[in-house]
Each structure stands twice: as C-alpha cells, then as structure tokens.
Ligand binder design. Structure first.
Ligand SMILES: [Zn+2]
Length: 239
C-alpha cells in the first residue's frame, strides 16, 4: 500500500469521512451535528467554562449524537475529522458493553455524586441529612478512573487511525504530548493525575486494535482508512 494511496486528496478523504459516518449510522444510529448552530452546546460550554476551546476545538459526544465545532472545518480537514469521529465511535462501541446508563455513570464518576447533596434538603426530617452536603466535594477535580480508561480507548483509536492514514506502523513511543495533556490537563477535568499508567493502557488498547481482525467495527474503520477511495465509494453505495 503506497503512501500516495493512503494519503489521498481532500476530496477522497471527504468520501472516506462520509463512509465512516455511514458506518456509525448503521451501527449506532449516529447523528452528526454542529456546535455553531446549537443553543444546547453554548449552554454546556458555559457550564464547562474551564475547557478552553470547547466551542471551536472540541468535538462532544452524548449518546449517539456527535457535535463537531463547525461544518466548514469538517469539510476542510476531513482526515483530521476522520480520526476524531473514529475516536467517538469507540466510545459508542464501548458503551454497548454496559447496561442502561452504566457507561455514563462510569464516565462521570466521581463528579456525578454531587447531586446527592440535594438529599440535604431532607434536613427538616433529621439534621443528619445535612451530612449529604459532603457530596459537594465530589465536584472537585478528583481523578476519574472510569473516564481516563474510556479516553485511553478513545485516544488509542486516534493514534492507531493516524498510523493507518499515513501508512506507517503504530509506535507507542510516539504518543504525542498533546494527548498526554488531555489526561492531566483541564479538558477532561484532570481525569488522571499520573501519565505512566495511562500511557501503558493506550499502548495495550492500540495493540489490540492493530491485532484483532475479528473486531468488526475497528477492522472496518481500518479498511476505510487504508483501503483507498474505492472502498469508501463502495461503502457509500452500500455494496
Ligand atoms: Zn473521547
């Protein structure tokens, strides 16, 4: 597989991106949206004031909906957005392994405990309920092991897809520093305080994605990323 082949033009990558959207639709009922035209996302950006660039740099997924910042950017940089969407699809794939809102609770723990502080309103029954105010401490940026683990899956996908796109072998030593910053910075509310265990996980998960050809979704993403424009066109025709 020559490099010119995997690199492809912007037009070809637009096709491959569309093929990936189609995979997401068929598998998860994916809906693609844009933050630029979403009042809800503006509201969320206001709550998540500590996430710099929430509106114009981050893609957000809730359930089967994915919000990219703007449509223009997606069309202009399809290869980058292909990686981002593949990352989000891994979240959707993983969430299938949990019952109900199990994945969401795991992802938002421990901060999700904070609303339990509302139980303190029962203080009129007994003042002991006031101890529930302690749940407010869950709002602090504690490490979030569930979230860090799921993002290790996500960023493993990001880096593996990049190596497929550029036709080079995946190399765990080249996880770029911007990815480490996602884990110990504020973007995900400081979900991991130590980088080394996370790095080990990303390496392990990426290795699984590289080696496991029975993992249908990952394998299909690989074929779209590596298989050239013809494969993407076939996908879009539904062949
Ligand atoms: Zn993610």
């Amino acid at each position: 597989m020559g490099d010119g082949y995997t690199l492809g033009s912007v037009g070809e990558w637009n096709d491959r991106f569309d093929a990936l959207v189609r995979l997401g639709k068929e598998r998860f009922g994916l809906e693609v949206r844009y933050k630029e035209s979403s009042g809800f996302m503006r509201f969320l950006g206001w709550i998540l004031f500590f996430v710099e660039g929430f509106m114009d740099q981050y893609t957000t997924t809730i359930g089967r909906r994915v919000w990219f910042p703007t449509r223009d950017e997606v069309v202009r940089l399809p290869r980058k957005h292909f990686r981002i969407l593949a990352h989000e699809l891994i979240h959707m794939e993983r969430s299938r392994g949990f019952r109900g809102i199990g994945y969401t609770i795991r992802y938002l723990f421990p901060q999700i405990l904070a609303p339990l502080a509302l139980l303190s309103l029962l203080a009129f029954v007994s003042q002991w309920w006031l101890f529930c105010l302690l749940f407010l401490t869950a709002l602090l940026p504690w490490p979030a092991p569930g979230r860090a683990d799921e993002e290790a899956w996500g960023y493993a996908m990001t880096t593996v897809v990049e190596s497929w796109q550029y036709g080079r072998p995946w190399d765990g030593k080249t996880i770029p520093p911007w990815i480490q910053a996602q884990f110990d910075g504020w973007s995900y509310y400081r979900m991991a305080w130590e980088w080394e265990p996370v790095r080990g996980k990303i390496e392990r998960y990426a290795g699984k994605m590289e080696a496991d050809t029975t993992w249908t979704m990952v394998h299909t993403i690989r074929l779209i990323a590596q298989g050239g424009p013809e494969f993407a066109r076939q996908m879009l025709r539904g062949v």
